[in-house]
Write a protein that binds this ligand. Structure first.
Ligand SMILES: Cc1cc2nc3c(=O)[nH]c(=O)nc-3n(C[C@H](O)[C@H](O)[C@H](O)COP(=O)(O)OP(=O)(O)OC[C@H]3O[C@@H](n4cnc5c(N)ncnc54)[C@H](O)[C@@H]3O)c2cc1C
Length: 384
């Protein structure tokens, strides 16, 4: 019997646990999930919470209940470090020993790298963040707004949606204001490819959202954002995703990586520790960190790990880095982009009314139906 421990239960950890359980159903291997929160938050819907279109309750579910039903052991606790010699995860409640480990701790928001960002900036990365922005919007009486993401952020989509929602909010509430979008990329949404860049650039121009980039943020004050080149952008409302880095708990596994991300091969196994797999934002891949990528990586890791513990010689899987995203553009319109990031295999860009509906249906089925939770339908089988 192998003791398989999964550290983290976001999109990556949850998918890995459900996929492993499915693959190992007739064995006595033990799967234990450790996570500090016992609520799962469907983060793609957080923008809607910030703009009052969804409640926090409607985008969350209880992990304890889900794992109890799935026959997976769940331990809500904070992970402090990993001990690869002892093969133990050190938690606040004591060590948990493993034979195989999947690390899926997501990203840490590193506010400290930008003075003033925690005090004067808003973001939609958590329920608390989305609710704080909601309250700020309710008190906002107009003026310049800065929205975007800081250096080292690898999830851009939500900031575009925030900018577009804001533009509608100002109109709906008849508020004076200008929206300045900032980001660190050479071109607007560069990873999504030239067609998507062109589309979004034209849309921003049409909606009078001006974009400045590539820029790096130095400091945020109550009334402005100061960039590293000295430019000062007046701002009465600043909504900026803080820089990302790996969680502190995983730094001992990072082998000196400058942002504490963990290096893996395409099979999602750590290049330094053969008994450890890594999935989701914790992985050191360049390019977008998404729920989509986290789930595809988790499927790959679950496949390969289950072969290992069952000592099977069946072929291992390799993850193929691709982004897939629907941006809600407002007015019932959406932009869908799916693109290979390691090769030119495919690029799909579509617009229209069906995309926000598809996004909303996916969110609903993920949170409220058994499609992913009980049946464990893999993301790689969902093809819009
Ligand atoms: C507003 C917003 C909108 C988004 N929209 C989309 C979208 O439309 N499509 C898309 O594909 N992606 C989207 N994303 C990105 C997506 O949400 C992330 O890429 C995804 O959540 C990463 O999954 P993960 O499993 O790596 O990490 P997470 O989902 O962050 O999960 C991390 C897990 O680790 C646990 N954890 C962390 N540290 C510790 C610790 N020390 N001890 C114990 N447990 C710990 C947490 O409790 C959690 O269970 C969006 C993100 C945001 C913020």
């Amino acid at each position: 019997m192998a003791r398989i421990v999964i550290a983290g239960s976001g999109f990556g950890g949850l998918t890995a646990a459900l996929q492993l359980k499915k693959r190992l159903k007739n064995s006595n291997h033990r799967i234990t999930v450790l996570a500090k929160d016992n609520q799962f938050v469907y983060r793609p819907s957080l923008v809607l919470v910030a703009f009052g279109k969804k409640s926090p309750k409607s985008i969350t579910f209880n992990l304890e209940t889900l794992y109890a039903k799935s026959g997976i052991e769940f331990l809500p606790t904070t992970i402090e470090s990993f001990d690869v010699e002892a093969k133990a995860v050190n938690t606040k409640t004591g060590p948990v020993f493993y034979d195989k480990l999947i690390v899926a701790l997501g990203e840490k928001l590193q506010y400290e790298e930008i003075p003033g960002l925690r005090e004067y900036g808003y973001n939609v990365c958590s329920i608390e963040g989305a609710l704080a922005l909601r309250s700020a919007l309710e008190h906002f009486d107009g003026g310049p707004i800065v929205v975007g993401w800081s250096q080292f952020v690898q999830t851009g989509g939500p900031a575009f949606e925030v900018a577009l929602e804001l533009e509608e909010w100002l109109k709906r509430h008849d508020l004076p204001g200008s929206i300045q979008f900032i980001d660190p990329l050479p071109k607007l949404w560069a990873p999504a490819g030239p067609e998507a860049t062109e589309f979004l650039t034209a849309l921003f121009a049409e909606r009078k959202i001006s974009r400045m980039g590539p820029v790096q943020v130095k400091e945020v004050k109550a009334d402005r954002v100061i960039l590293k080149d000295g430019t000062e952008l007046p701002s009465k409302l600043t909504i900026l995703t803080p820089p990302f880095r790996g969680e502190d708990a995983q730094s001992s596994l990072a082998n000196g990586h400058s942002r504490d991300w963990l290096e893996t091969g395409k099979d999602m196994r750590s290049v330094h520790y053969p008994d450890i797999y890594v999935v989701g934002s914790a992985v050191a891949f360049e390019g977008p960190k998404q729920a989509h990528t986290a789930m595809l990586q988790a499927e790959t890791a679950a496949h390969n790990l289950s072969l290992e513990v069952n000592q099977s010689s069946a072929p291992r899987k390799e993850y193929d880095h691709e982004m897939s995203c629907v941006l809600d553009l407002g007015n019932g319109q959406g932009l869908f982009v799916r693109r290979s990031l390691w090769n030119d295999q495919h690029q799909v860009v579509r617009t229209g009314r069906r995309w926000p509906m598809a996004k909303s249906a996916l969110a609903y089925s993920f949170v409220h139906t058994p499609i992913f939770k009980k049946w464990g339908v893999p993301m790689s089988k969902i093809n819009p």
